[in-house]
Design a protein around this ligand. Structure first.
Ligand SMILES: Cc1cc2nc3c(=O)[nH]c(=O)nc-3n(C[C@H](O)[C@H](O)[C@H](O)COP(=O)(O)OP(=O)(O)OC[C@H]3O[C@@H](n4cnc5c(N)ncnc54)[C@H](O)[C@@H]3O)c2cc1C
Length: 435
């Protein structure tokens, strides 16, 4: 069986950062991704939230910042745009998907991360309670690959579920998770006219400085009746090119993202909502008269599915009260942003500007050889409404990747790792652990 120190499952914001971190700490690393590009939802037109807390203080740096710097150099990102006072976060970091896919791939390949694209991890290889590798289905069919430590960054926690690690899904009372969204891009939009119209109903509109005038992040009110077929009370839109709007507005509630049948039904609902939203915009909003649906995102946007039940479970109180932990590995600067599982819209809850994310929330309580990063770490349904944003996924990715490399080097299980050593490496690599 071919062997690596660290195998990372999934190449979204968590997986990219985990793979880079493990490699920079000296491990041999394989990154396995089921789609044909790197980035996950970071390559979908969504901006990274949020490197800064609501006061504007930068709370995430380290490898996530290095990735942003490289994206800027590759013209795939304009950097952090200050949103203090105009929105519920301290900054947005817009990513331009197509150049970003190349940039992500090059920055990992240059560091010597091995990458298997269009390859799905389908099972965990176990020795008792220890993960010792993964089964993949790729270009050669089924294959078995060995690793000292596996980092699950699949979003859905596929590997942790396959390993038998304990996990939860959705809210406590009925396991329903936050609603899903199928994003889409409209082309041939007169963005200036559209934004002028929305400014009457706007929650928030952002136009960075003169040089970046074509990049607009805004949100608007959908309660005015011009969008039918969705209960969603508003939309978020990103204009990365002069005539385009990428719209985050469909709201698919009450469907289980882990059921083949219901997930497929969710896609059909999402496509019908896209049609309805598009027709409403085209018929009612100046600027959209000649627009057309250029694309929908290649995967359904799942906000929440499996969440690890790890050594510690981050709670709503931890996020809102600004909990501090001795084993802090990242600082969260985002509020709770809950997309109602019943489809009743978004609720924002604000508390402390920052809260700690502890190492224990990345570590399974019952399985060895495994770490988890991204939106499947150990947190309650409510806390995940804050922790799921991409900057947190990147910083938990940095911590998990670094921890995996340290464990591989010392032949330790993640539960046995000296957290003070991990923290010292994270600090050396630029991570902020003080708030
Ligand atoms: C509609 C929507 C809007 C959002 N808006 C924002 C926003 O504006 N800003 C923000 O910061 N966050 C936003 N979020 C949250 C954020 O995008 C996600 O929580 C975040 O991308 C999760 O990162 P991740 O790396 O854990 O997972 P993902 O980004 O989902 O990446 C997981 C990767 O793993 C791969 N994968 C999955 N299973 C396997 C497998 N078995 N084998 C191999 N590969 C696998 C997938 O193909 C994917 O590339 C939004 C989420 C949604 C759904």
């Amino acid at each position: 069986m071919k062997q690596w120190d660290v195998i990372v499952v999934g190449a979204g914001p968590a997986g990219i950062t985990a793979a880079l971190a493990a490699r920079l700490s000296g491990a041999s690393v394989l990154l396995v991704e089921e789609s044909g590009f790197l980035g996950g939802l970071a390559a979908s037109g969504l901006p990274l939230l949020t490197f800064h807390d609501r006061s504007g203080r930068q709370v995430v740096k380290g490898i996530p910042q290095t990735i942003v710097d490289r994206l800027i150099a590759d013209e795939a990102c304009i950097g952090h745009v200050n949103t203090v006072g105009v929105s519920h976060h301290g900054s947005v970091t817009p990513i331009i998907p197509e150049p970003a896919k190349l940039s992500f791939h090059e920055m990992l390949a240059e560091q010597g991360v091995e990458i298997y694209l269009e390859t799905r991890v389908v099972d965990a290889i176990m020795s008792g309670q220890q993960v010792v590798g993964v089964t993949i289905f790729g270009r050669n069919g089924l294959d078995a690959l060995g690793a000292k430590v596996v980092v699950d960054c699949s979003g859905d926690g596929d590997l942790m579920a396959a390993s038998g690690a304990a996990y939860s899904v959705g809210r406590d009372k009925d396991s329903l998770a936050q609603s899903m969204t199928l994003q889409f891009t409209l082309a041939n939009v007169n963005v200036e006219k559209a934004v002028e119209f929305f400014s009457e109903n706007i929650w928030y509109g952002l136009r960075p400085g003169e040089d970046e005038a074509s990049i607009i992040h805004c949100s608007g009110d959908m309660d005015k009746g011009y969008v039918e077929g969705t209960k969603f009370k508003g939309f978020w839109a990103m204009s990365l090119h002069p005539d385009e709007f990428t719209i985050n507005a469909t709201d698919i509630a009450g469907k289980n993202p882990l059921s083949n049948k219901e997930f497929t039904e969710a896609h059909l609902i999402g496509r019908r909502q896209i049609k309805s939203i598009y027709q409403s915009l085209k018929n009612n909003v100046p600027g959209f008269e000649k627009s057309y649906v250029a694309s929908s995102h290649c995967v359904m946007g799942v906000r929440e599915s499996r969440r690890l039940r790890g050594l510690y479970c981050v709670t709503q109180d931890d996020v809102l009260d600004g909990a501090k932990f001795d084993d802090v590995i990242a600082i969260n600067g985002y509020c709770m942003d809950m997309h109602d599982p019943d489809g009743e819209g978004i609720t924002f809850s604000f508390g402390s500007l920052t809260s700690h994310i502890p190492y224990r929330s990345l570590v399974p309580s019952d399985v060895d050889g495994l770490l988890v990063a991204g939106r499947c770490i150990s947190a309650t349904h409510e806390a995940m409404a804050a922790l799921r944003v991409m900057t947190n996924c990147m910083s938990t990715g940095q911590a998990a990747g670094t921890a995996a490399a340290l464990c591989a080097k010392q032949n330790l299980n993640p539960r046995e790792l000296d957290v003070a050593l991990l923290q010292s490496v994270l600090r050396k690599d630029g991570a902020i652990l003080e708030d």
